[in-house]
Write a protein that binds this ligand. Structure first.
Ligand code: MV4
Length: 509
């Protein structure tokens, strides 16, 4: 139980693998990377002390194969495995296989993963623990409905609009909004079909639909000694097709009183399943300030850095500490919200259609400066593969106030250059200028409501031209640094290209 960790295998790739390795290095813990054939030259492989191939590019044949990962752990002598997020991170079977192999799983107990993995079971468990869930119906014995007619009867009682959700789901798959009882039958069949296809389980349940909710989630942490604390909230309402795009902490919609009640509810939820490690309780926050538990994510999340910024706590370091049996090194009373943090997920994607734009990164300038953190899985010359998530990096900034954080993010986004592939950088720049965002007035409908302003094509002489210019300058400077920097005209061009939106300096005036 309380065994010191000396060598960690990171069963993941990209920025999160690099993130975990950085914490390990600070702690004097050796790191082991695994990589698919597509990731031979990946950044996480370069960061590791040792790296082992685990098979073909498709994750099903590499990053998701439990036996291959455990075989590498054995060969490398790793005494712990960090799963990152995605892949095997929320598979109870993997946590159990690690236990059976005598390897510490840096994550919650398998039983806690199981308890939260099935949504109707989790709902029932949370209700019993006094955690508010959205009013709804889990069906007969919490196992769904006997027929569409029985479900419709229940939907009438709940009152339209209702949500149909897959019990085995989460993250929006198999979910249907039904605003009219005439559409119920078709929606019910559709949700069942989608749930069956995606999860091999067609159990669906009903909830009252919350209109234009905010997605507010609470970071929790448990240790093996029964302590559970909350590290405040993140607002992840800015999403598109259930893909988060911008996250921030604290939420502009959460008052100190609401923060305390949501935090205490999240701790109750975690304690009810004997949670250990990093976890996140997702809530819907309604327009009138009511909040409802949705689901618990039993892993470290992509957006954990904004919480690190406002609490000054290293969440990966904490995960490792509690995994080796240590007590949480602080109490709830010692935690405070400090300032404001924002994360922009920079994706290799078409900025209008939100479709992946794989390919080689031919030029790259990543922002830096005070209170700017860029958690990246790429480098200049790296390839964004079709096989994995097309996230290039997570740009995270901190400010003493929310306004300062937004201005800092705008500045950092202005420095960011990616050549060779399409990105959503221009989208992020527009959000930082958007009035509703700046006022903190937004919901999960934000992108849809502001699409005319946010999803406009790149002007030929605007950002696209600027990106091409910047790429050319980067290459000129690298080819002949002394001469390029000394030549007045080159220096002028370089300065003009440094910030998006800055005027082209020609040297004429
Ligand atoms: C809801 C909802 C409204 N009412 N449930 C989407 C993902 C899944 N985790 C839960 N989701 C929702 N559940 C009820 N009863 C609205 C959403 C929802 C949503 C939630 C969080 C963030 C973005 C969203 C976008 C659309 C719908």
């Amino acid at each position: 139980m309380s065994r010191p960790i000396r060598k960690v295998l990171i069963a993941n790739r990209g920025e999160i693998a690099v993130r975990v390795m950085r914490a390990c290095r600070e702690l004097g813990i050796a790191t082991v990377a695994v990589y698919s054939d597509a990731d031979r030259a990946a950044l996480h492989v370069r960061h590791a002390d040792e790296a082992y191939p685990i098979g073909p590019p498709p994750a099903r044949e590499s990053y998701l194969v439990i036996d291959k990962i455990l075989d590498v752990a054995r060969r490398a002598g790793a005494d712990a495995i960090h799963p990152g997020y995605g892949f095997l991170s929320e598979k109870a079977e993997f946590a159990r296989a690690c236990d059976a192999a005598g390897v510490t799983f840096i994550g919650p107990p398998a039983d806690a993963i199981d308890a939260m993995g099935d949504k109707t079971r989790a709902r029932a468990k949370m209700m019993a623990a006094g955690v508010p869930v959205v009013p709804g119906d889990n069906g007969t014995d919490g196992r769904g409905f006997a027929s569409a007619e029985v479900a419709l009867e229940s939907a009438r009682k709940i009152g339209f609009p209702v949500m149909l959700k897959a019990s085995a789901g989460g993250g929006g798959k198999g979910m249907r909004l039904v605003d009219d009882e005439k559409k119920f039958g078709a929606a019910y069949q559709g949700a069942q079909r989608e749930a069956k296809a995606a999860f091999g389980d067609d159990t669906v349940y009903l909830e009252k639909a919350v209109v234009r909710p905010r997605h507010v989630e609470i970071q929790v942490f448990g240790d093996m000694h029964g302590n559970v604390v909350y590290l405040f909230e993140r607002d992840c309402s800015i999403q598109r097709r259930h893909q988060k795009v911008i996250e921030e902490a604290p939420s502009p919609a959460v008052t100190p009183d609401l923060r305390r009640s949501m935090g205490e509810v999240a701790v109750r939820a975690a304690a009810a399943v004997k949670y250990v490690g990093a976890g996140t309780c997702e809530f819907l926050l309604s327009e009138n300030g009511d909040f409802y538990f949705l689901e618990m994510n039993t892993r470290l999340q992509v957006e954990h850095p904004v919480t690190e910024m406002i609490t000054q706590r290293d969440l990966v370091r904490l995960q490792i500490a509690v995994a080796q049996g240590e007590r949480l090194p602080f109490t709830q009373d010692e935690l405070r919200v400090s300032g404001a943090a924002i994360e922009c997920r920079v994706y290799a994607e078409d900025p209008i259609k939100f479709l992946p734009s794989p390919g080689r990164i031919t030029a790259l300038r990543q922002p830096a400066g005070p209170f700017v953190r860029d958690d990246s899985g790429v480098y200049e010359g790296a390839e964004i593969s079709v096989f994995y998530d097309p996230m290039i990096s997570k740009l995270v900034v901190w400010g003493a106030t929310r306004e300062e954080a937004i201005d800092r993010m705008a500045r950092a986004l202005g420095e960011y250059r990616v050549g060779g592939i399409k990105t959503n950088l221009a989208f992020h720049r527009r959000v930082m200028r958007n009035r509703a965002f700046r006022e903190g007035v937004y919901s999960t409908a934000f992108i849809e409501q502001h699409k005319a302003e946010l999803l406009v094509p790149l002007e030929p002489d605007g950002d696209a031209f600027d990106d091409a210019l910047a790429a050319a300058v980067i290459h000129a400077v690298e080819a002949e640094p002394a001469q390029s920097l000394a030549a007045p005209s080159a220096a002028g061009v370089e300065r003009s290209a440094w910030q998006t939106g800055s005027r082209i300096f020609t040297g004429d005036s």
